[in-house]
Design a binder for this molecule. Sequence first.
Ligand code: NDP
Length: 312
Amino acid sequence: MELLKTLILGSGPAGYTAAIYAGRSGITPVIYEGIQPGGQLTQTTDVDNFPGYPEGVDGNALMDDLRKQAERFGAQIRTQICTKADLSQRPYTLTFDDGSQVQTQTLIIATGASAKYLGLPDEEKYRGIGVSACATCDGFFYRKKTVAVVGGGDTACEEATYLSGLAQKVYLIVRKPFLRASQAMQDRVFANEKIEVLFETNTLGLYGEDGVEGAHLVHRKGEADERRYDLPIDGFFLAIGHNPNSEPFREWLEVDEIGYIKTQGQTPRTNVSGVFAAGDVADPLYRQAITAAASGCKAAIEVKNFLDEHDL
Ligand code: NDP
């Protein structure tokens, strides 16, 4: 079986930054790109808050640049997806979706987080034909149409605002009587004439012949006051948070109640020596590209120190 010094899982800002630092310190990094090559930033358009780009930068362009920079320092990029991990003893053994296995002395888990769905059977039925969890990826298909966004956080408000630039009408479906988003985001939503917020409303299902034509909604104000109705829409966007992609490692690593990998203090160290977690898979709090990149850097420095200390 192939034995590596270090293996990086994930190709978002954390994974690539780890590869850049590992490559520059003389370790040949091997990256497995994962389910979404380039990570979540490939699903956005303009990234305005990554330092060094005074005019902002396209998310895909930023990730392309990071990949090229990692390759310049020798990163080998592979496409398989890790499905199983045995972290019981070093070298650690990872199994991939094509059945292949690799052993590694150190591991950087930078597998990110994935969008959550409500769990309705109709979400599966209409996925790609009216249901999406990424407004910036799919909003283009709803020009001059009517869409709904589910969620009351910053992501939902951001997606609703973005969609209002394309669609003719945007409903924001919020289960509570208030938004959880930051005040600035709320102000933008309430000032936008194209967005209508439906508070205390839940989605029961979707309907339509060859795609989404509407949503079955229920408006609840206490137990006594319940009103069910159908809302005609062409697109249904989920923006209700994310799940950390930590499943293959939960048997071995300490995770919080949601599944975010726990790291020690300000380091990316996990409870298994030589295994580090960086980026959104270990960050329930900040979840920013720049904080992910920073933790990828820390993880690579930790790997270098670990390999030196263990004479590997
Ligand atoms: P949040 O967890 O902040 O919000 C999730 C929203 O979805 C909440 O309104 C929640 O409702 C709702 N929700 C969850 N599950 C369901 C469900 N089953 N049915 C209906 N509604 C549901 O996630 P976000 O992705 O919005 O944000 C994550 C983090 O990223 C936050 O810290 C946020 O501030 C940050 N962020 C910052 C941005 C920026 O600064 N530009 C942009 C985007 C995100 P309820 O309130 O009832 O729990």
